[in-house]
Design a protein around this ligand. Structure first.
Ligand SMILES: [Zn+2]
Length: 576
């Protein structure tokens, strides 16, 4: 689903321990299974980085640089040669995206580089980190110059208002399709507005990118990859993506899992019409992918296992979407600056989704890096030492996966007063917070179920629960005025009500009662599924009002984590 079509969901990798970046990623879920397009770890909202208090070095320190040395030794020479071509193509996506954010970006960077500013190196570093002179961790605060980031980025004339765009279309209805297309930019031509196709506007980079894809297609002996790469190269030059999206869904028998092209519309803050170029070059981890496939086979059992009456269970959904557990080995364009994606769900084209479903791709090494640099250090400030030691990266990854899977469980389409409707339509603006919190807690519930089934070791229950609990803080850290944070807050409040933890009066550290915590997880799942299944707006409002505010202990704990980075900057090799 394109964001143009629905809002996107920053998948609550939150519970999963991932945080969503509120400013850039809309957190929304479509009323149905809410295929989250992109889950990113969310950074904490910065409370004191606003004007006056803006500190460049401090802002830089919020993102921790990390060298990613992913094991690629199992790849054949042929596969490595293919990937090296893909890296070249991915870098062209970055060239385009840099200009999609701001057409003057190359000149702005050159100006900083040519200056004799005392903090020139830091400015260049920040520029490269955020793809422009605006801090994506601080509501696009300009850290060089004073120009505000245009809402419509460089997709539209900077001085064009929404009203001007809309009145142009009202007066020229024949232009509507081209103007609202995912794949055009809008420019002024004298006193007219015109739409220019991406294939023309970004030709300088699309042509060599297509060439690199063709060369990769020549090298690979995997027919499905060859087909996808050749078709995607054609798409770059035609702006027609349907055929190549279908070919992407059919990728099979290769460890190379690559998404490249114009996908998400978040960068277009004016209308959400325009797609940003990006690339994810990833390789499938064979063991993990196999494990993931196994869990997926339990989806029907998971639905049956929900702790509610059968009337609340939903067996009508398709359980077919493929899931790939991968390691990212290069990025490009939209996913490079700012907060890092830990999972994505593509394509957005509803026609492809209807024909083929969508593919969820988990970026496990990105997730592990966030665990190491963010979640594990947070645990020291939240749990008593004996329990902080129980955190495991494995359960942050599984919680992310099961959060995603849980979005496709529970009530979706419901009947109210004999009329068919959806949970989303009934719960309206409350839906996202409830759905994200549901996916978190149901994720844990389902991992516990997998332990019961012998798919995961029961002996690691406490490791799971400790990891889950700290993940809640990660989500709350960036504010409870956003869906994932609010979803986390109600889990915290319900756990408190169930006396699943105690807080040391002196240190503020939490001690979990794992048995009570496990029981509370079941109770929260039941409460939330019933709220959704009843589609009762008033009840949902009462629930969120009662359980959304943080207590002093939680606020103090969040404050103790303020020195921990909010996100990571993975650095990938330029060549295998
Ligand atoms: Zn989610």
């Amino acid at each position: 689903m394109s964001k143009a079509i629905i809002g996107l969901v920053a998948v609550a990798a939150v519970a999963a321990g991932a945080y969503y970046y509120v400013e850039q990623q809309k957190t929304c879920c479509a009323p149905e299974p809410a295929p989250v397009t992109k889950e990113v770890a969310m950074p904490a909202v910065d409370e004191n980085a606003h004007d006056g208090g803006y500190n460049l070095a401090e802002q830089r320190a919020k993102i921790a640089r990390i060298d990613m040395d992913t094991d690629t030794s199992f790849l054949t020479d042929e596969e490595k040669a293919v990937i090296n071509k893909l890296i070249i193509a991915a870098n062209y996506m970055s060239e385009i995206y840099l200009r999609q954010r701001n057409e003057d970006n190359p000149e702005v960077r050159a100006k900083i580089a040519a200056s004799d500013l005392p903090n020139k190196d830091l400015l260049l570093n920040m520029f490269d980190l955020h793809f422009g002179p605006w801090d994506t961790l601080d509501e696009a605060h300009p850290f060089y110059g004073t120009k505000e980031m245009p809402k419509g980025a460089a997709f539209y004339p900077e001085d064009m208002s929404k009203e001007e765009f809309n009145s142009w279309i009202a007066a020229h209805p024949e232009d509507k399709e081209a103007f609202t297309s995912l794949y055009t930019v809008v420019r002024r031509d004298g006193d007219k507005l015109v739409a220019i196709p991406y294939r023309e506007h970004y030709k300088e980079w699309l042509e060599p990118a297509a060439q690199a894809l063709r060369e990769a297609a020549e090298i690979t002996s995997n027919p499905s990859l060859k087909d996808f790469l050749a078709k995607r190269a054609d798409s770059f030059l035609s702006d027609e993506y349907f055929e190549s999206e279908i070919a992407w869904m059919d990728l099979d028998g290769t460890p190379i899992e690559v998404a490249i092209g114009p996908y998400e519309v978040y960068t277009d803050g004016l209308f959400g019409y325009k797609a940003a170029y990006e690339a994810f070059i990833t390789i499938r981890n064979p063991q993990e992918s196999e494990a993931v496939a196994r869990y997926k086979n339990y989806l029907r059992d998971m639905e049956a296992n929900l702790p509610v009456d059968d009337a609340y269970k939903n067996f009508k959904r398709g359980f077919e979407s493929p899931i790939a557990a991968t390691e990212q080995i290069h990025g490009g364009g939209d996913n490079v600056p700012g907060v890092q994606t830990i999972a994505f769900n593509l394509p957005n084209d509803e026609r492809v989704r209807e024909a083929k479903g969508a593919k969820k791709v988990l970026l496990n090494n990105v997730l592990e890096a966030k665990f190491k640099l963010i979640l594990a250090p947070m645990a020291e400030h939240i749990l008593v030492p004996a329990q902080a030691d129980k955190l495991m990266a494995k359960y942050m990854a599984l919680e992310t996966l099961f959060h995603e899977l849980s979005h496709s469980l529970g009530p979706g389409t419901i009947t109210k007063g004999g009329v068919e409707t959806t949970v989303g339509a009934e719960l309206k603006e409350l839906y996202s917070a409830i759905e994200e919190g549901k996916a978190d807690v149901m994720g844990v519930y389902n991992i516990l179920f997998m332990m019961e089934k012998g798919e995961l070791p029961k002996a690691e229950r406490d490791n799971l629960l400790a990891s889950y609990f700290v993940g809640i803080f990660r989500a709350m850290r960036f504010g409870t005025d956003e869906a994932h944070g609010q979803g986390a807050a109600f889990q915290y409040a319900k756990l408190k009500e169930a006396e699943a933890f105690t807080v040391d009066a002196e240190t503020g550290l939490y001690t979990l009662d794992f048995d009570k915590l496990e029981a509370a997880v079941t109770d929260i799942v039941r409460a939330v599924v019933m709220l959704q299944g009843d589609g009762d707006y008033a009840a949902a409002k009462k629930f969120l009002d009662s359980y959304s505010s943080l207590d002093g202990a939680a606020k103090a704990a969040i404050k103790r984590t303020s020195d921990i980075p909010v996100d990571i900057q993975p650095v990938y090799p330029e060549k295998l």
